[in-house]
Design a protein around this ligand. Structure first.
Ligand code: ASP
Length: 438
C-alpha cells in the first residue's frame, strides 16, 4: 500500500479537541500510516508550550530549584488530554522517570525532547498505532550534525516492521546514546526524515494555517495562498523570513523527490500548499511570492580602476571572513563594490572592519549605510516572461520608492531589491498588487 507520512505541529496537538481532529484526518485516509507528533503547543495566545515549560524545568534544576511546580503543570497538560479523550492509559511512571532525570541534571536536549516523546505515546494509544522512539531511528554524528545515511538505513528497516506508527518529532540520539534535539521547530525535519525512510508519496505537514501565503499578511491585506511552489523557490522565500516550515525540513525529501503538502488541521478540506521538486505548470500570477526583511547594512567601497585590479574582491571577502561575518549580497560596478550584511553582524565591529578594508585594499572611499530592507520577488515563471523586472520597478516607481540596490541571480528565480526600511511596507504592497489581481 502507498504511504503518506504526516506530521502534526504543536497547535494541532495542544488539547483533546485538537487530538480528535487529528485522529479524524488520519483515519480518513488509510495511506496516512506514519505520524510524526510535536509536543502540545499553545491553546490560546496566553498559553505556554510544553517545550518551553520543559526548558524552564531544566533551568530550575540547574539553579538547584524545585522543579515540581513547573513539572506539575506539564503533567496536568497531558492528564487533561488523556482524560478528555477517555483513554484508559497513564503516563505516571514516565513522569516519575523524567522528573528524576531532570532533577539529576540530565542534559537540556533530553529534557526538551520529552514533550514530543510523551505526546506521541498518547497519540499512539489514541489511534491504536505502534509507538517508535525516535532515539532508536534518528541519529546524529559525533560533531552534532544529523547523520542522514545511517538514519535512513536504520529507520527504513524499523518502519518496515510496523504497519502504522507514531514517531516523536524534534530529537534523535548521539553515538553515545544521549538525546539530541534539532533546533526549535525541528519536528518538521523529523517528518521529512520519516517521509524519506518510508519512501512516502507525499509528506503532509499539518499546521494551523492553510498553506504558505504569497506575502506577509501583517503587511499585505489577505494575500493569496500559494498553491504550488518549488523547493528552490521556497529556499529563496524562507531565507527572507517566511516561517511556515523549518528551513532544514526540505533537504531529506528533496533528495528523494517527495513533495511536501502544507495543510491546516482546522480546515482539512482546504488543499493547502504543495512544495514540489519541479513544477510543470507556470504560475498564473508570474510571481510565486514576495518576501522581505529589514535590518540590513550596506558597506560601499570605491576605488578608481577597481575593475582592472586582480584580486580586489578577494581582499574584501577576506576581511569579511576574518570577522566571521556572513554576507547576503555582493553587488558591484566598475569602480565600486558593495557588501550587504545583516546589521547585527557588524554591530560593535564596524570600525575595525572598515579600517581593515582600507588597509588591505587602499580603497579611495568606504562607508556603511544602515536601515536597508531587502525584498525578494520570487517566481519560477519569471524566466519565460519578458518584462517582469520592468513591471516590478515601474510599480515601485509609481509608489515613489527609491531603489538602492538590485541583484538578480542567474537562475532568474528571484530579483532582490534593496530599499530604505521606511519604504518596506509600501514596496511589498506595490509589487504584490502589480502581479496579483483578484
Ligand atoms: N516542540 C519543539 C518546539 O517547540 C519542536 C517542534 O514543535 O517542532 O520547538
Amino acid at each position: 500500500m502507498a504511504v503518506k507520512a504526516v506530521k502534526f505541529g504543536g497547535s494541532s496537538l495542544a488539547s483533546a479537541e485538537q487530538f480528535k481532529k487529528v485522529a479524524a484526518i488520519i483515519k480518513a485516509d488509510p495511506e496516512r500510516r506514519y505520524v510524526v507528533a510535536s509536543a502540545p503547543g499553545k491553546r490560546d495566545a496566553q498559553d505556554v508550550k510544553v517545550t518551553d515549560m520543559l526548558y524552564a524545568c531544566f533551568q530550575a534544576a540547574r539553579k538547584k530549584q524545585d522543579i515540581e511546580p513547573i513539572f506539575a503543570k506539564i503533567e496536568q497538560r497531558y492528564n487533561q488530554i488523556i482524560s478528555e479523550l477517555g483513554l484508559d492509559f497513564s503516563l505516571k511512571e514516565e513522569f516519575e522517570k523524567i522528573k528524576f532525570a531532570i532533577s539529576h541534571h540530565v542534559g537540556e536536549d533530553y529534557t526538551a525532547s520529552r514533550g514530543e516523546y510523551l505526546n506521541s505515546m498518547v497519540l499512539a494509544e489514541y489511534l491504536g498505532y505502534d509507538f517508535i522512539d525516535a532515539e532508536n531511528g534518528i541519529f546524529f554524528k559525533e560533531n552534532g550534525t544529523f547523520d542522514a545515511d545511517h538514519t535512513n538505513d536504520v529507520l527504513a528497516e524499523i518502519l518496515s516492521e510496523h504497519e502504522r506508527a507514531v514517531i516523536p518529532g524534534f530529537y534523535g540520539s548521539m553515538p553515545n546514546g544521549t538525546i539530541k534535539t534539532f533546533s526549535r521547530g525541528g519536528s518538521d525535519i523529523t517528518g521529512s526524515i520519516v517521509a524519506r525512510a518510508a519512501d512516502a508519496e507525499v509528506y503532509e505537514n499539518w499546521t494551523d494555517v492553510s498553506g504558505m501565503l504569497m506575502a506577509d499578511p501583517r503587511i499585505v491585506k489577505n494575500p493569496k495562498v500559494i498553491k504550488v511552489i518549488t523547493y528552490s523557490e521556497l529556499r529563496e522565500l524562507s531565507y527572507m523570513g517566511a516561517t511556515v516550515l523549518h528551513d532544514e525540513a526540505i533537504f531529506p525529501v528533496r533528495e528523494a523527490r517527495i513533495p511536501i503538502n502544507i495543510r491546516n488541521t482546522n480546515a482539512p478540506e482546504e488543499e493547502g500548499t504543495m512544495i514540489v521538486p519541479f513544477a510543470d505548470k507556470p504560475n498564473e500570477d508570474i510571481i510565486t511570492g514576495v518576501a522581505g526583511k529589514v535590518g540590513f547594512s550596506i558597506i560601499n567601497i570605491e576605488k578608481s580602476m577597481m575593475n582592472s585590479e586582480v584580486g580586489f574582491g578577494k581582499k574584501i571577502l577576506k576581511v569579511i571572513e576574518n570577522h566571521d561575518i556572513c554576507f547576503e549580497h555582493l553587488p558591484s560596478g566598475i569602480d565600486t563594490m558593495s557588501v550587504v550584511v545583516d546589521t547585527a553582524e557588524i554591530d560593535g565591529i564596524r570600525e575595525d572592519v572598515v579600517n581593515e578594508m582600507f588597509r588591505k585594499t587602499k580603497a579611495d572611499f568606504i562607508n556603511v549605510e544602515d536601515g536597508l530592507a531587502l525584498i525578494a520577488v520570487v517566481g519560477r515563471s519569471m524566466v519565460q516572461q519578458v518584462g517582469t523586472a520592468g513591471r516590478v520597478f515601474t510599480a515601485m516607481g509609481k509608489a515613489g520608492v527609491n531603489i538602492k540596490m538590485i541583484d538578480q541571480g542567474s537562475s532568474e528565480l528571484s530579483i532582490i531589491i534593496g530599499i530604505n526600511e521606511a519604504d518596506y511596507a509600501k514596496t511589498l504592497n506595490a509589487i504584490y498588487s502589480e502581479f496579483v489581481k483578484d
